[in-house]
Design a protein around this ligand. Structure first.
Ligand SMILES: [Zn+2]
Length: 167
């Protein structure tokens, strides 16, 4: 691992420990053993995950694949990215994708910096929002993540976290 990336490991572990504690408080259990694979650069990340370049990380089961750690840190995204992916490792099985992404972004705090402008997807049924979240067009994908986050946050406000998780 590049020394610049290695320097970020402390921040990764710190964010993970805090996330695991907060998840447990919500009644969720992150796996005991999680592997974090940090890419060496953006092309490497894309090759490992098949995700578009504007995605910070991707989780499958207990394996979290991230963009280069120093790149995430330079953009101020590292702690929230770890929290977001930690949520995915612990989310209830079977919740729909829009809710999983919306709750992950609410849990991580990423939703707080979303612009408050309309997403243009307000009337889209939840199922169609799932489809939008699989899209590869960065601008549309961004709107879909924001919309999912607004719906999930609304659900948390109405039912609390435990209610929102019992979808
Ligand atoms: Zn996610």
């Amino acid at each position: 691992m590049d020394p610049q990336d290695r320097q970020q490991l402390g921040a990764v572990y710190k964010a993970w420990d805090a996330a695991a504690r907060d998840l447990k408080a919500l009644g969720l259990s992150p796996p005991v053993k999680v592997r974090i694979e940090a890419a060496g650069n953006a092309a490497d990340f894309q090759a490992r995950t098949g995700e578009p370049v504007n995605i910070a990380a991707s989780t499958q089961g207990a394996v979290i694949r991230t963009q280069r750690l120093s790149a995430l840190a330079a953009r101020g995204l590292l702690p929230n990215t770890v929290r977001h992916e930690a949520f995915h490792t612990a989310q209830p099985a079977g919740i729909p994708r829009w809710l999983a992404e919306g709750l992950a972004r609410t849990f991580s705090g990423e939703g707080k910096s979303d612009p408050r402008t309309p997403t243009g997807l307000e009337d889209l049924p939840d199922l169609r929002l799932n489809t939008e979240l699989l899209g590869r067009d960065p601008a549309r994908l961004n709107a879909a993540y924001r919309e999912a986050t607004m719906r999930a946050a609304r659900l948390v406000r109405a039912r609390g976290w435990k209610g929102a998780l019992k979808w």
